[in-house]
Design a protein around this ligand. Structure first.
Ligand SMILES: [Zn+2]
Ligand SMILES: [Zn+2]
Length: 130
């Protein structure tokens, strides 16, 4: 896919590429500032929205409701603790084949999928106050 980026969009892509984790719009804004490439928060949000429809970036919603953004090429899934809010990366994707199959059967160009697990982490199980 050959997407043409504006200068601010290119800056954002650069930051997302350099990180190997998903980042919130607020932190992305702070990160750009740290790198002496400040952009307005509204610009950051606008760019992320554009990337989502282009299939460049995906959003992951935390239990807190906050959205974290990352490049679509990062196919990582997580187990989330509903007590402390910590997330742990799962290093496997069980639906990769399904995705390819769906592209065939539904003639869809699938950008990405989400798969989240929720529960209680070991520490929170130990700290149960009951
Ligand atoms: Zn926990
Ligand atoms: Zn996956």
């Amino acid at each position: 896919m050959k997407a043409k980026y504006t200068r601010s969009q290119a800056q954002i892509i650069q930051v997302l590429k350099s990180l190997n984790y998903a980042i919130s719009a607020q932190n992305l804004y702070a990160e750009l500032k740290d790198r002496d490439q400040p952009l307005g928060l509204a610009t950051v949000y606008r760019a992320l929205e554009a990337f989502k429809t282009q299939g460049t970036v995906k959003a992951r919603i935390l239990t807190s409701g906050e959205a974290l953004y990352s490049l679509i090429s990062h196919d990582h899934h997580h187990i989330n603790c509903v007590s402390c809010g910590q997330s742990f990366v799962i290093n496997e994707c069980p639906v990769h084949d399904l995705e390819e199959r769906l592209e065939q059967t539904h003639h869809f160009q699938i950008y990405y999928h989400t798969l989240e697990f929720f529960g209680r982490c070991p520490q929170c199980q130990d700290n149960q106050v009951q």
